[in-house]
Design a protein around this ligand. Structure first.
Ligand SMILES: N[C@@H](CCC(=O)N[C@@H](CS)C(=O)NCC(=O)O)C(=O)O
Length: 252
Protein backbone atom coordinates (compact mmCIF):
# COMPACT_ATOMS: atom_id res chain seq x y z
CA UNK A 1 0.00 0.00 0.00
CA UNK A 2 1.34 3.40 -0.96
CA UNK A 3 2.26 5.81 1.83
CA UNK A 4 1.78 8.78 -0.53
CA UNK A 5 -1.30 10.80 0.32
CA UNK A 6 -3.66 10.09 -2.58
CA UNK A 7 -5.11 13.14 -4.33
CA UNK A 8 -7.93 13.95 -6.77
CA UNK A 9 -7.38 11.93 -9.91
CA UNK A 10 -5.61 9.05 -8.16
CA UNK A 11 -7.43 5.72 -8.55
CA UNK A 12 -9.21 4.13 -5.61
CA UNK A 13 -7.15 1.33 -4.10
CA UNK A 14 -8.69 -2.17 -4.12
CA UNK A 15 -10.56 -3.10 -0.93
CA UNK A 16 -8.48 -4.45 1.94
CA UNK A 17 -7.84 -8.21 1.93
CA UNK A 18 -10.02 -10.52 4.01
CA UNK A 19 -9.73 -9.71 7.70
CA UNK A 20 -7.35 -6.79 7.09
CA UNK A 21 -8.18 -3.60 8.97
CA UNK A 22 -7.55 -0.48 6.88
CA UNK A 23 -7.25 3.08 8.15
CA UNK A 24 -7.81 5.97 5.75
CA UNK A 25 -5.67 8.67 7.23
CA UNK A 26 -3.58 11.76 6.60
CA UNK A 27 -0.31 12.01 8.52
CA UNK A 28 -1.09 15.50 9.89
CA UNK A 29 -4.79 15.06 10.65
CA UNK A 30 -5.34 15.46 14.40
CA UNK A 31 -8.54 13.44 14.09
CA UNK A 32 -6.84 10.55 12.31
CA UNK A 33 -4.06 10.78 14.91
CA UNK A 34 -6.63 10.00 17.59
CA UNK A 35 -7.31 6.70 15.87
CA UNK A 36 -3.65 6.01 15.12
CA UNK A 37 -2.95 6.47 18.83
CA UNK A 38 -5.61 3.95 19.79
CA UNK A 39 -4.42 1.46 17.16
CA UNK A 40 -0.87 1.85 18.47
CA UNK A 41 -1.86 1.64 22.15
CA UNK A 42 -3.88 -1.51 21.57
CA UNK A 43 -1.25 -2.92 19.20
CA UNK A 44 -3.85 -3.61 16.52
CA UNK A 45 -2.34 -4.50 13.13
CA UNK A 46 -3.62 -2.38 10.24
CA UNK A 47 -2.74 -0.99 6.87
CA UNK A 48 -2.93 2.67 5.92
CA UNK A 49 -4.27 4.51 2.91
CA UNK A 50 -3.26 8.14 3.13
CA UNK A 51 -5.41 10.75 1.45
CA UNK A 52 -4.71 14.42 0.93
CA UNK A 53 -7.59 16.12 2.74
CA UNK A 54 -7.17 19.40 0.83
CA UNK A 55 -7.12 17.79 -2.63
CA UNK A 56 -9.31 14.82 -1.86
CA UNK A 57 -9.66 11.85 -4.19
CA UNK A 58 -13.16 11.85 -5.69
CA UNK A 59 -13.83 8.29 -4.44
CA UNK A 60 -13.39 9.15 -0.75
CA UNK A 61 -17.10 10.01 -0.50
CA UNK A 62 -17.88 6.51 -1.79
CA UNK A 63 -15.85 5.02 1.04
CA UNK A 64 -17.63 7.12 3.71
CA UNK A 65 -20.31 9.77 3.14
CA UNK A 66 -18.60 12.64 5.01
CA UNK A 67 -15.37 11.99 3.07
CA UNK A 68 -13.07 12.93 5.91
CA UNK A 69 -10.51 11.00 7.87
CA UNK A 70 -10.21 8.88 9.90
CA UNK A 71 -12.17 6.06 8.27
CA UNK A 72 -11.82 2.39 9.18
CA UNK A 73 -12.69 -0.39 6.73
CA UNK A 74 -12.65 -4.11 7.32
CA UNK A 75 -14.51 -6.90 5.54
CA UNK A 76 -17.02 -4.47 4.00
CA UNK A 77 -17.73 -2.67 7.30
CA UNK A 78 -16.94 1.04 7.34
CA UNK A 79 -16.66 3.26 10.42
CA UNK A 80 -15.97 6.97 10.28
CA UNK A 81 -15.61 9.90 12.72
CA UNK A 82 -12.68 9.66 15.10
CA UNK A 83 -14.67 9.07 18.28
CA UNK A 84 -16.86 6.41 16.64
CA UNK A 85 -13.73 4.74 15.23
CA UNK A 86 -12.02 4.73 18.62
CA UNK A 87 -15.05 3.47 20.52
CA UNK A 88 -15.47 0.75 17.90
CA UNK A 89 -11.84 -0.33 18.20
CA UNK A 90 -12.11 -0.52 21.97
CA UNK A 91 -15.17 -2.78 21.71
CA UNK A 92 -14.04 -4.87 18.76
CA UNK A 93 -10.56 -5.43 20.20
CA UNK A 94 -11.44 -5.79 23.89
CA UNK A 95 -7.95 -6.60 25.15
CA UNK A 96 -6.38 -3.69 27.07
CA UNK A 97 -9.51 -1.57 27.21
CA UNK A 98 -8.97 2.17 27.02
CA UNK A 99 -12.46 3.36 27.91
CA UNK A 100 -13.96 3.49 31.39
CA UNK A 101 -16.44 0.79 32.38
CA UNK A 102 -18.60 2.98 34.60
CA UNK A 103 -21.55 4.67 32.86
CA UNK A 104 -20.89 8.12 34.33
CA UNK A 105 -17.18 7.94 33.51
CA UNK A 106 -18.02 6.99 29.93
CA UNK A 107 -20.36 9.99 29.72
CA UNK A 108 -17.58 12.13 31.18
CA UNK A 109 -15.26 10.95 28.40
CA UNK A 110 -17.72 12.35 25.87
CA UNK A 111 -18.11 15.60 27.80
CA UNK A 112 -14.45 16.32 28.47
CA UNK A 113 -13.30 15.60 24.92
CA UNK A 114 -15.47 18.56 23.88
CA UNK A 115 -13.21 20.85 25.93
CA UNK A 116 -10.36 19.90 23.64
CA UNK A 117 -12.77 20.62 20.77
CA UNK A 118 -12.71 24.24 21.90
CA UNK A 119 -8.91 24.25 21.62
CA UNK A 120 -9.20 22.64 18.18
CA UNK A 121 -11.68 25.28 16.94
CA UNK A 122 -9.34 28.00 18.17
CA UNK A 123 -6.35 26.37 16.50
CA UNK A 124 -8.21 26.24 13.17
CA UNK A 125 -9.29 29.88 13.54
CA UNK A 126 -5.73 31.05 14.21
CA UNK A 127 -3.81 28.76 11.85
CA UNK A 128 -6.12 28.59 8.87
CA UNK A 129 -8.61 31.48 9.04
CA UNK A 130 -6.49 34.33 10.34
CA UNK A 131 -9.13 34.94 13.06
CA UNK A 132 -6.40 35.51 15.62
CA UNK A 133 -8.25 37.26 18.44
CA UNK A 134 -11.30 34.96 18.53
CA UNK A 135 -9.15 31.87 18.02
CA UNK A 136 -6.79 32.75 20.86
CA UNK A 137 -9.73 33.34 23.23
CA UNK A 138 -11.14 29.96 22.27
CA UNK A 139 -7.83 28.16 22.84
CA UNK A 140 -7.33 29.89 26.21
CA UNK A 141 -10.83 28.96 27.37
CA UNK A 142 -10.36 25.34 26.32
CA UNK A 143 -7.00 25.02 28.05
CA UNK A 144 -8.31 26.58 31.25
CA UNK A 145 -11.22 24.13 31.26
CA UNK A 146 -8.88 21.19 30.72
CA UNK A 147 -6.56 22.38 33.51
CA UNK A 148 -9.51 22.56 35.89
CA UNK A 149 -10.78 19.13 34.85
CA UNK A 150 -7.48 17.32 35.37
CA UNK A 151 -7.42 15.90 38.90
CA UNK A 152 -5.42 12.69 38.37
CA UNK A 153 -2.20 11.92 36.49
CA UNK A 154 -4.22 11.33 33.32
CA UNK A 155 -7.63 12.50 32.15
CA UNK A 156 -8.65 8.82 32.21
CA UNK A 157 -7.39 8.32 35.79
CA UNK A 158 -4.20 6.75 37.04
CA UNK A 159 -3.20 5.44 33.65
CA UNK A 160 -3.44 6.71 30.13
CA UNK A 161 -6.77 5.95 28.46
CA UNK A 162 -9.14 6.84 25.66
CA UNK A 163 -9.80 10.37 26.87
CA UNK A 164 -6.08 11.16 26.93
CA UNK A 165 -5.59 9.85 23.38
CA UNK A 166 -8.61 11.78 22.10
CA UNK A 167 -7.39 15.03 23.67
CA UNK A 168 -3.67 14.69 22.87
CA UNK A 169 -3.45 15.55 19.13
CA UNK A 170 -4.59 19.15 19.54
CA UNK A 171 -2.30 19.70 22.50
CA UNK A 172 0.65 18.31 20.52
CA UNK A 173 0.07 21.05 17.91
CA UNK A 174 0.01 24.05 20.28
CA UNK A 175 3.80 24.59 20.41
CA UNK A 176 3.78 24.67 16.59
CA UNK A 177 0.99 27.23 16.56
CA UNK A 178 2.90 29.41 19.02
CA UNK A 179 5.87 29.38 16.64
CA UNK A 180 3.70 30.64 13.81
CA UNK A 181 1.64 33.08 15.83
CA UNK A 182 3.22 34.33 19.08
CA UNK A 183 -0.15 35.77 20.20
CA UNK A 184 -1.38 32.18 20.46
CA UNK A 185 0.97 31.55 23.39
CA UNK A 186 -1.68 31.16 26.07
CA UNK A 187 -0.25 28.05 27.72
CA UNK A 188 1.71 28.92 30.84
CA UNK A 189 3.61 26.22 32.71
CA UNK A 190 2.66 27.93 35.98
CA UNK A 191 -0.98 28.58 35.30
CA UNK A 192 -1.36 25.20 33.59
CA UNK A 193 0.89 23.19 35.88
CA UNK A 194 -1.28 20.05 35.87
CA UNK A 195 -1.59 20.10 32.08
CA UNK A 196 2.14 20.65 31.73
CA UNK A 197 2.88 17.61 33.91
CA UNK A 198 0.29 15.60 31.96
CA UNK A 199 1.88 16.59 28.64
CA UNK A 200 5.25 15.40 29.95
CA UNK A 201 3.69 12.08 30.92
CA UNK A 202 2.05 11.79 27.51
CA UNK A 203 5.38 12.37 25.76
CA UNK A 204 6.68 9.26 27.56
CA UNK A 205 3.82 7.08 26.32
CA UNK A 206 4.76 4.51 23.68
CA UNK A 207 1.75 5.15 21.44
CA UNK A 208 2.30 8.92 21.58
CA UNK A 209 5.96 8.48 20.69
CA UNK A 210 5.00 6.28 17.75
CA UNK A 211 2.52 8.81 16.34
CA UNK A 212 3.97 12.21 17.18
CA UNK A 213 5.64 14.91 15.09
CA UNK A 214 7.91 17.61 16.45
CA UNK A 215 6.64 21.17 16.82
CA UNK A 216 8.99 22.13 14.02
CA UNK A 217 7.46 19.60 11.63
CA UNK A 218 3.91 20.59 12.56
CA UNK A 219 4.81 24.24 12.00
CA UNK A 220 6.34 23.45 8.62
CA UNK A 221 3.25 21.47 7.65
CA UNK A 222 0.94 24.33 8.68
CA UNK A 223 3.02 26.86 6.72
CA UNK A 224 3.22 24.73 3.59
CA UNK A 225 -0.49 23.91 3.70
CA UNK A 226 -1.40 27.58 4.07
CA UNK A 227 0.80 28.30 1.05
CA UNK A 228 -1.25 25.75 -0.93
CA UNK A 229 1.55 23.19 -1.22
CA UNK A 230 -0.25 20.06 -2.42
CA UNK A 231 2.65 17.81 -1.41
CA UNK A 232 2.87 19.03 2.20
CA UNK A 233 1.49 15.82 3.80
CA UNK A 234 4.10 13.75 1.96
CA UNK A 235 7.12 16.00 2.15
CA UNK A 236 6.66 16.90 5.83
CA UNK A 237 5.91 13.31 6.86
CA UNK A 238 8.91 11.91 5.05
CA UNK A 239 11.26 14.48 6.54
CA UNK A 240 10.89 13.20 10.07
CA UNK A 241 8.23 10.60 10.60
CA UNK A 242 9.45 7.18 11.61
CA UNK A 243 6.38 5.90 13.41
CA UNK A 244 4.10 5.53 10.42
CA UNK A 245 3.53 1.80 9.88
CA UNK A 246 3.67 1.59 6.10
CA UNK A 247 6.19 4.29 5.34
CA UNK A 248 9.29 2.16 5.68
CA UNK A 249 7.87 -0.60 3.50
CA UNK A 250 6.17 1.69 1.05
CA UNK A 251 5.83 0.37 -2.47
CA UNK A 252 5.82 3.87 -3.79
N1 LIG B 1 -15.48 15.20 13.38
C1 LIG B 1 -14.55 14.49 12.54
C2 LIG B 1 -13.60 15.49 11.89
C3 LIG B 1 -12.71 14.82 10.86
C4 LIG B 1 -12.02 15.85 9.97
O1 LIG B 1 -12.45 17.01 9.87
N2 LIG B 1 -10.96 15.39 9.29
C5 LIG B 1 -10.27 16.27 8.35
C6 LIG B 1 -8.79 16.04 8.40
S1 LIG B 1 -8.11 16.74 9.87
C7 LIG B 1 -10.76 15.95 6.96
O2 LIG B 1 -10.78 14.81 6.54
N3 LIG B 1 -11.13 17.01 6.22
C8 LIG B 1 -11.60 16.89 4.88
C9 LIG B 1 -12.90 17.60 4.70
O3 LIG B 1 -13.49 18.10 5.69
O4 LIG B 1 -13.36 17.65 3.57
C10 LIG B 1 -13.81 13.41 13.32
O5 LIG B 1 -13.81 13.51 14.56
O6 LIG B 1 -13.30 12.47 12.71
Amino acid sequence: MSAKALVAGDPRPPPPGKGVLRLYSMPFSPFAQRTRLVLAAKKIPYEVVNVNTYFKPEWLKDVAPLARVPILEQDGVVIYESLACNNYLDEAYPESRLRAKDAYLRARENMVVEMSGKVMSGLIQVALRNQIEDGVICIAEGIDLLEKELSQPFFSGNKVGMLDYNIWPVIERLPALERLQPLAKVWSDNKHAKLTAWAERMHQDGAVKQCEFSAETHATYMKRTLAGDIRAPDTCAQETFTGYPNLSRSTG
